[in-house]
Design a protein. Structure first.
Length: 589
């Protein structure tokens, strides 16, 4: 009987899924070729939701946290949506994290339940084997997804957001990771904003190579495509040869042997990734066979890859240029976001609105402003230059329906990061990121939509780590890094502040050299000089940057540690490279 069919709350995401063609493909696993339709997805989510409630042993799940360890793919999608269907708060865990870090998240979130797939059951048991102060319910995903498959799951008659949502944890670069509570309403608003700006389509096929415990992989590459009826194809963890093979597959002859497995032949139209992924792809392209090289350049062309997006870390100019050269002019779209706000700023779909170094304009539904870092004044449009003719740096502050609700069980942090709005229209979130605004010729004329008009935002870096104050001047670490990465001798770099008794702070850099940097071609066997030096760096940047911006000190390392999204913990890096006393007198220039 219809009344006994599993039912889902009338959340906007379920309404969207219900309206899609039930036979259209929602999720694909690249390597196995398994695929699942939107009709199957809605029914499996409804069934999993009911079994989750059974596992709760009578506890009401509305507002409860459910932590889960599930591999990227269809089961992850079903699990996430089933938790939202219970009006619960989904707490995704990264299987790559050590047990003590996952234990901290489970305990700090006070998760009622720890749900795991069969692959991660032992890892889940390790998390709870030590005293957490309470005992969460351990549930197995396999048992939740078992049982007879239902058909024609129904949505409830009344729309209800409940107390559900997601809780993602910050990277914890300055303190212990904080739980960022993103209500269901904010997740919906973030998805609607991206739908309007980036025009996701039912015909899009998005290649998903990102981790799913970050906002980028979850909202941009999972929830929003589901709203649009796109196909999400999972190929995780990221592997350069597999990604190149997958991109090439639609453009190769049927008898071309690319891998030991058969890849889907539908072309990829949407790809969003972090700069390190684009860099790794570019670095390996020349090693591909000529036929696959040709096929991949076809795959990347604007006619086939409708949209390629870079985010989560600053995109080096050389990477952007190399990608455009390889892809017949397909320019990477840069955007700005963070765990607390989703995506906030973005360049536009029109190529004229993709300006190097800029993250564009506030996305639809997002309000943004700059607050002068020197005097706390709001920098109004047209007031971006001070009386001395210098650009005014301002902290980005945001508000709107896309903003998170609170830091979980951390009222002090929540209060400190919001400031009242003078217009009485709500509080502004202080991002801690500093930017300048500039008018750019031919950009911002509305070609990408009415939201993409006026002056553009250019991120200068984190207020705490990337804005270096030296001798009364402000230096953007990101600007210096961008110029350094344009040098053929430098593969990776991080520009950091070091304390200085004379200047307050001095600019320093940590670099990874290319083979040319380690062994300059003009170097003779009798030469005493070995590789690219700090003096060489100053000479190379002399005509590119003002003297006060050029690093006074340079340390060469074999690698620079980054997190899963390509970000560098600069405080930790300084400590690792310079030790506990980076400002000792003998290091003063």
């Amino acid at each position: 009987m219809a009344s006994t069919l599993p039912r889902l709350p009338r959340l906007p995401v379920f309404e969207a899924i219900e309206k899609h063609d039930p036979d259209s493909v929602a999720v694909v696993h690249s390597l196995s070729g398994r695929q699942f339709t939107y009709g199957e997805l809605l029914n499996d989510v409804a069934e999993a939701k009911d079994r989750l409630k059974d596992s709760a042993k009578g506890t009401q799940l509305d507002g409860e946290r459910i932590a889960f360890l599930v591999e990227n793919g269809y089961d992850y999608v079903v699990t996430l949506l089933a938790i939202l269907g219970c009006h619960s708060i989904a707490v995704p865990l990264a299987p790559s994290f050590p047990a003590n870090e996952l234990r901290y998240i489970v305990e700090q979130s006070q998760a009622l339940m720890l749900l795991s797939s069969s692959k991660f059951q032992n890892q889940a048991k390790d998390i709870v084997k030590e005293n957490l102060g309470y005992v969460p319910i351990l549930a197995e995903l396999g048992k939740i997804l078992e049982g007879d498959k239902v058909a024609n799951a129904k949505l409830e008659d009344i729309r209800s957001e409940g107390n559900g949502g997601m809780m993602l944890y910050t990277s914890g670069t300055t303190s212990r990771p904080k739980g960022v509570l993103i209500p269901q309403s904010a997740l919906t608003a973030q998805s609607y904003s991206l739908l309007k700006a980036w025009h996701y389509l039912p015909t899009d096929r998005l290649l998903h190579c990102l981790p799913l415990h970050h906002i980028h992989g979850t909202v941009n590459a999972l929830l929003t495509p589901l709203f649009a009826g796109s196909t999400i194809e999972f190929l995780f963890p990221f592997n350069t040869s597999q990604v190149w093979a997958r991109l090439a597959a639609p453009f190769l002859h049927d008898n071309t042997d690319t891998q030991e497995f058969t890849l889907p032949r539908e072309k990829i139209t949407f790809f969003t990734a972090v700069p390190t992924i684009y860099s790794r792809l570019l670095n390996t392209h020349a090693s591909l066979t000529p036929e696959i090289q040709h096929a991949t350049t076809q795959a990347l062309s604007p006619q086939n890859l409708r949209l390629n997006i870079s985010g989560s870390a600053a995109l080096p100019t050389p990477t952007k240029k190399k990608w455009a050269n390889l892809s017949f002019g397909n320019v990477l779209l840069e955007r700005y976001g963070m765990t607390e706000v989703g995506m906030a700023l973005s360049c536009g779909l029109d190529f004229s609105d993709r300006v190097d170094g800029s993250v564009g304009w506030p996305l639809p539904g997002v309000e943004a402003r700059l607050v002068d870092t020197d005097n706390g004044e709001i920098i109004q449009e047209g007031q971006e230059i001070d009386v001395d003719g210098r650009e005014r740096h301002g902290e980005i502050q945001l508000r709107g329906k896309t903003i998170f609700k609170e830091y979980w069980r951390n009222e002090a942090a929540t209060v400190s990061e919001f400031v009242d709005g003078e217009d009485g229209k709500g509080k502004w979130f202080k991002t801690g990121d500093v930017a300048v605004r500039r008018n750019v010729e031919r950009a911002g004329e509305g070609r990408s939509g009415e939201w993409a008009r006026g002056s553009m935002y250019f991120i200068q870096g984190r207020k705490s780590a990337d804005i270096i104050k030296t001798g009364g001047e402000k230096v953007s670490a990101l600007e210096v890094e961008r110029e350094m990465l344009s040098l053929p001798q430098i593969s990776e770099c991080a520009v950091v502040p070091l304390p200085s008794r004379t200047w307050g702070q001095r600019v320093a850099s940590v670099v990874v050299l290319t083979s040319e940097g380690k062994n300059p071609p003009e170097q003779s066997p009798s030469s005493k000089k070995k590789g690219f030096s700090a003096l060489d760096l100053r000479r190379a940047l002399k005509d590119k940057l003002a003297n006060y911006k050029i690093p006074q000190e340079m340390k060469i390392v074999e690698s620079i540690p980054r997190n899963a999204m390509g970000k560098i913990n600069k405080r930790q890096l300084v400590k690792e490279v310079w030790g506990d006393d980076p400002g000792s007198p003998e290091r003063e220039a």
